[in-house]
Design a protein around this ligand. Structure first.
Ligand code: ZN
Ligand code: ZN
Length: 392
């Protein structure tokens, strides 16, 4: 369905890694949603107001807030696809998240308003008149929303857009909410019970819930959320698969919006492989990441040698002893410097987040391990609790 529309209206529609194609797909999906939502809202307001049903009016306002959110996504796609400029070297991708946040605030405001009018209706019941026009508007709305769900789901998958997948989920929820209103109205009509205020309350709670969810989903990437573990694992696997790479640590990933991701990682390679060869392998690897995944990644090369140096002996000692804390503990970036009599030992220790040992305790254990060999050593230890390292 999405494919049909896209192939009719967008040039090179299947080359979705091109920013202009991505923008066009996003805009087309948003424009269709705006049109449908405005239409549904008008239908429900007209029939709902005529019959005096607070639940149907609430449902119509819900569609209006959806239209507002589609407009903001449309603007988000437009602004977000602007290329990087002098002031914004990482592109404008986060506009898409910012647009989502504004939508969320609008939805919350609409939800509060609906809550108020529904509570009033529960306190002062006034049964709405049943009208077939209103029932028809609701039934049509359910069908349109199911169609919008399918369409946005396909479009969202095609261009990997959170905004569109969120719209699809919202459409699904709207279809459910409207079904409940329709069933409630039918029940009221045939049994004479007055459910209007309660149905309105249900719809209002629903609108508020979707607003809160949207706040959370758009705020997280703006503040800088930990990426999905699958993403980190996939990057690590790819780095480890590169010929010559012995291990990797201290991966950092920054997300400035779709297609604008930046990363850095340390990579251990054998000193004996030669600097030029190692460098060439890493250049090829980072190029591959850029071409295949649109990920800009920079590597720090950590040479490790098999030679019998003082540092290597200490590293082996610390690694072996640290494994007694947990088998998965590893040690990296160890250096040993002397100034006159004093010795300074620096290193990072990776320990999985699920190993429950308080940090001061862990430091004390590690320092004692070092001091088994260098009694008076000063230790500067960085604890990495995750493969995603904080800056250090
Ligand atoms: Zn580290
Ligand atoms: Zn390192």
């Amino acid at each position: 369905m999405f494919r049909w529309f896209a192939s009719k209206f967008i040039k090179h529609w299947d080359e979705t890694d091109r920013p202009e194609v991505r923008m066009a797909c996003g805009q087309m999906a948003s424009a269709l949603s705006i049109g449908s939502n405005v239409l549904l809202c008008a239908l429900k307001l007209a029939t709902g107001l005529a019959a005096g049903s607070v639940a149907v009016v609430a449902d119509g306002v819900n569609n209006l807030s959806d239209a507002a959110s589609n407009i903001i996504s449309l603007i988000g796609f437009r602004l977000g696809s602007r290329p990087a400029d002098a002031e914004h070297p990482y592109g404008h991708g986060r506009y898409e998240y910012l647009a989502g946040l504004m939508v969320a605030v609008l939805i919350l405001a609409a939800g509060l308003e609906l809550l108020k009018s529904s509570v009033e209706r529960v306190l002062h019941p006034a049964a709405p008149e049943f009208s077939w026009a209103m029932a028809a508007a609701l039934a049509a709305s359910i069908l349109v929303k199911l169609w919008m769900m399918a369409f946005n789901l396909q479009a969202g998958r095609q261009i990997a857009s959170r905004t569109l997948t969120a719209t699809a989920m919202d459409s699904r929820n709207d279809a459910i909410a409207t079904s409940v209103v329709l069933l409630g109205m039918a029940a009221a009509h045939f049994t004479g019970a007055d459910l209007d205020g309660w149905l309105g309350l249900g719809v209002a709670a629903f609108v508020l819930h979707s607003g809160f969810t949207l706040v959370r989903d758009t705020l997280d990437p703006l503040i800088g959320r930990k990426p999905e573990p699958e993403v980190i694992d996939a990057i690590r696997e790819r780095i480890l698969a590169c010929p010559g790479v012995l291990s990797t640590h201290d991966l950092m990933l920054h997300d400035y919006g779709p297609g604008q991701r930046f990363a850095s990682a340390h990579v251990e390679m054998a000193e004996e492989d030669g600097l030029t060869a190692c460098h060439a392998a890493l250049v090829a690897l980072s190029r591959e990441f850029l071409e295949k995944d649109g990920l800009h990644i920079v590597f720090q090369l950590d040479p490790v040698s098999k030679a019998d140096t003082e540092e290597n002996r200490l590293r082996t000692h610390v690694s072996r002893r640290a494994k007694l804390i947990d088998q998965r503990v590893t040690v990296h970036d160890l250096s040993l410097t002397r100034a006159g009599e004093s010795v300074t030992v620096r290193f990072d220790c990776y320990i999985p987040a699920d190993v429950e040992i308080p940090e001061p305790e862990l430091r004390r254990v590690l320092e004692n391990i070092v001091r088994e060999q260098y009694q008076a050593a000063d230790c500067a230890i960085t604890i990495d609790r995750d493969y995603m390292a904080p800056p250090h």
